[in-house]
Design a protein around this ligand. Structure first.
Ligand SMILES: [Zn+2]
Length: 230
């Protein structure tokens, strides 16, 4: 390999980094939307549960009122026809308990109503936000996707200028989609990315003979010092 080819690689390296950044900005918009979407879904589930609870509590209140009515009628009859019946005390106790239960149900219903209102306020807001930012997100995504596509073209052009045998190595390397970059440098006798050590012999081959050597650990290709610091 020649020094010029490695300088081309350095250019490809910086183009690839720019492309990764552009693609990250594309997915940032997707993440932003899906975060809001999942907040909306969560809240819809909560609303659904509260609606069920509301119906159930109203049903409980209705049942309780029926029991209270029956107990009150019994009590009235006994008071009228058998005022000394020991059952009267028992009935008074039952009625008191039922009335307490009723109060609890009414309190619960009030609380659920407040929560339902809160869910609706939140849902209206989040739906509006999603509507507002969807259009904006599409534009931002298009812009960064366009940048990424342009960079792909430039990367391809640069690649075509490389020796043909090396183009295949490079295409394979890029297709691995290594995080941050497919290239690395030697820093303090180790791979800059993964810190795997590099021997003096290898370092000299890379720097003086422009040998094609990959990091044993992370698989990135070493760029020679002169190509990086040209
Ligand atoms: Zn490495």
């Amino acid at each position: 390999m020649s020094r010029e080819a490695f300088q081309k690689l350095r250019e490809i390296d910086s183009l690839l980094k720019m492309k990764i950044k552009a693609l990250a900005l594309v997915s940032e918009q997707d993440d932003r939307l899906s975060r809001l979407q999942s907040q909306k879904t969560d809240r819809l589930e909560q609303k659904d549960q509260d609606k069920k609870l509301y119906t159930q509590t109203q049903q409980n209140l209705f049942e309780m009122e029926k029991k209270l009515k029956t107990a009150s009628q019994q009590k009235e009859r006994l008071e009228q026809y058998s005022p000394d019946d020991p059952k009267l005390k028992e009935l008074a106790q039952t009625i008191e308990e039922l009335e307490m239960q009723g109060l609890d149900f009414i309190t619960a219903i009030d609380e659920i109503e407040l929560r339902l209102k809160d869910h609706d306020t939140f849902l209206t807001g989040v739906t509006k936000t999603i509507e507002e930012i969807t259009g904006e997100a599409i534009l931002i995504k298009q812009k960064h996707q366009q940048e990424a596509d342009n960079l792909t073209l430039r990367i391809n052009l640069c690649t075509e200028e490389l020796p043909s045998q090396f183009q295949q190595t490079l295409t394979r390397l890029i297709s691995k989609n290594l995080p941050q970059a497919p290239f690395t440098t030697i820093h303090n006798q180790a791979c800059y990315f993964c810190r795997s050590s590099v021997s003096k012999i290898e370092e000299s081959e890379i720097d003086t003979k422009f040998a094609i050597i990959h990091c044993k650990q992370c698989g990135r290709l070493f760029l020679p010092y002169t190509a990086v610091h040209a």
